[in-house]
Design a protein around this ligand. Structure first.
Ligand SMILES: *Cc1c(COP(=O)(O)O)cnc(C)c1O
Length: 385
């Protein structure tokens, strides 16, 4: 097999916030499969749900429904506050959820010529051709153009939105915090202004909650910090805790846009994936892991700032989606140094370390993180001097 760059470490097993490689080396996992393993690794609730459902009914076609699928739709509509007319559709990944959202935007045209879709500069919405068209990162797009038409990327400022929006806009899609861009928050008041402007122009407000959902930011979904009601959200990553699942949740009148037969997926919403997502979300609720994310996030950030490393400019984010801003472009070196110290973190870009630990972390994990991260920062600072 051909490998590019550094050889990948081969991971073997996990438990809680820790994983081990095939040589028995332990790592504290502060990335959680990129915000996926909400309950950490091999959580008994996850293991039990997979086993029980696999032994009952793993898959049926879309010609039937199942109790886990109905229960998950109801649960996610309730947690999102999508109300009476809320609806959920399930697929297998985040990109697929955003494909469903893009198609929803195209359906918002009832006889008018709504050909424009607005997205934000630096946005990440996935790697399939439609979700890539929504993604605002030229280096990811260029090799694959032409992409689906009509998408315009605007800077994340209220002024840019005011200047761009008109009655030809079908939808505005955005992340409440841009995770891949380096855990970048929207300007204060942006979501409220976006809600107001999209409503005034008949455009849908679609919030990509794939990285920010499932309690990670200290609310069930990132938009809830702003107290607005979107027309749709997309979910994936953390709602399955490790089983592949994604979904589109629609609110109010947006729930009437799709009609029967306009979208589908063979695996989407199968009883295995939906039973596991139910169990994961149920455990997040039971153990108040949304509250834990809200409480632990500031603790992690205080500890990082208290290290006092000259490489750290500051921290940002919400709950347990944290960006560590660096004073120098050494994120890759810090990731490698952290691995050598038994810690998994991620370089969102050259100047930002991204942290997305499992939502179950407590004092012991934060202590271990602080020791290992401080050591890694010192290793890199020392090597540079
Ligand atoms: C990860 C991510 C996606 C893509 O999800 P996949 O499951 O990798 O297809 C889309 N949007 C956001 C905000 C993400 O973080």
């Amino acid at each position: 097999m051909r490998s590019i760059g550094m050889p990948l470490r081969k991971l073997d097993r996990g438990e809680g916030a820790y994983v081990w490689d095939d040589e028995g080396t332990e790592y504290l996992d502060f990335l959680a499969g990129i915000a996926v393993n909400s309950l950490g690794h091999a959580h008994p609730v996850f293991v039990e749900a997979v086993s029980r459902q696999a032994a009952t009914l793993a898959h049926v076609s879309n010609y039937f429904t199942t109790e886990p699928a109905l229960e998950l739709a109801e649960r996610i509509v309730r947690l999102a506050g999508a109300g009476e007319n809320g609806r959920a559709w399930f697929g297998n990944s985040g990109a697929e959820a955003n494909e469903a959202a893009f198609k929803l935007a195209r359906l918002n045209n009832s006889g008018e010529a709504r050909t424009r879709v607005l997205a934000l500069v630096d946005a990440f919405h996935g790697r399939t051709m439609g979700s890539l068209a929504l993604t605002g990162k030229p280096h990811m797009r260029e090799a694959f153009e032409p992409l689906a038409g009509g998408v315009e990327h605007i800077p994340a400022t209220i002024e840019a939105l005011e200047a761009s929006i008109d009655d030809a806009v079908a939808a505005l899609i955005l992340e409440p915090i841009q995770g891949e861009a380096g855990v970048v928050e929207l300007p204060a008041g942006y979501l409220e202004a976006a809600r107001d402007l999209t409503r005034r122009h008949g455009a849908l407000l679609i919030v990509d909650e794939i990285q920010t959902g499932a309690g990670r930011t200290g609310e069930w979904f990132g938009f809830q910090h702003a107290g607005i009601t979107p027309d749709a959200i997309t979910v994936a990553k953390g709602i399955g805790g490790g089983i592949p699942i994604g979904g589109l949740v629609t609110f109010g009148a947006a729930s009437d846009l799709y009609s029967k037969g306009q979208h589908g997926s063979t695996f989407g919403g199968n009883p295995l994936a939906t039973a596991v997502a139910n169990a994961v979300l149920g455990e997040i609720e039971r153990a108040d892991l949304v509250g834990n994310a809200a409480r632990r996030g500031p603790q992690v950030r205080e500890r990082i700032e208290a290290i006092g490393s000259p490489l750290v400019a500051g921290t940002r984010g919400r709950g347990l989606l944290i960006g560590v801003a660096l004073t120098e472009p050494v994120a890759g070196k810090i990731v490698d140094a952290a691995l050598a110290r038994g810690l998994i973190v991620n370089a969102a870009n050259d100047v930002t370390i991204r942290l997305a630990p499992p939502l179950i972390i407590g004092d012991a994990e934060i202590d271990a993180f602080t020791d290992r991260f401080a050591a890694a920062l010192a290793d890199v600072a020392h090597a540079a001097s």
